[in-house]
Design a protein. Sequence first.
Length: 285
Amino acid sequence: MQVRQKLEEMAGQLTPAERQLSSVLLADYPFAGLEPIQELSRKARISAPSISRFVSKLGYAGFQEFQQKLVRELKQGLRSPIDLWEDHAIDREAPLASYLQRIEALNADLLNRVSPAQFDRVCELLVDPKRKIYMIGGRMSDSIAGFFARHLRQIRREIYHIPSDPEQWPEYLLRLRPKDIVLIIDFRRYQASLERLSERARDRKAQTIVITDQWISPCAKGATELLAVPIGSGTLWDSYVPAFALVEALLIPLAERDWDATRERIAAWDELRDEPKEGIGDQGE
């Protein structure tokens, strides 16, 4: 289990001072926990011996072991397909069946990582007509952001897919109003530019929703909602199937929340689509 998961699961068992320390650790995870214990003590306003007792409560032999665990998590977040190939073992006799079993396990893990309460909170943020929604992903994960944006546009107005070119970002940042939503999708071998975009969005009082993996993208710092989905398929390629499943699951309640309005918008959308006349060319999604 990751340190973040332990902190979240033990939240109800912590003293006020420990909750304060936990908040400091989660606010800049995992980097806050990698600072010297004296610096962490100063930031959390809790004594160094109290920090040592806290990490023991989490199940670590001491602060050094606690930091070693965080370092291992960071290294996992930087692994490339070349690194992953060294570890993967897939059934060569039935590769499709074996892979689908792995995906099934990842989707089951997703259900454990995203609680019904958090899922509902994210829906409430995305369905609020007073908020504009901006989406972007990393080099590969931007395909998920594009998929999400294109579907969500059929449900509600003011959905924007931010281009991958940072030179175009000022236009979108300048549009941001307080409490608008910037949804960022970023998986390991994280994109540094997305961390900067997240910081600038928060500077403009926008709220961020971050969909990332269990090793947590740096752009998740200060996020209003952090959705950590499992991606490790046990092969040289990480799987984005759970992330797509999460996005598709979100689209259902978002469309049904005000079905009359959604139906009206989809009907108007379809009427305006540039379809060829019947019998000419292919039609369909």
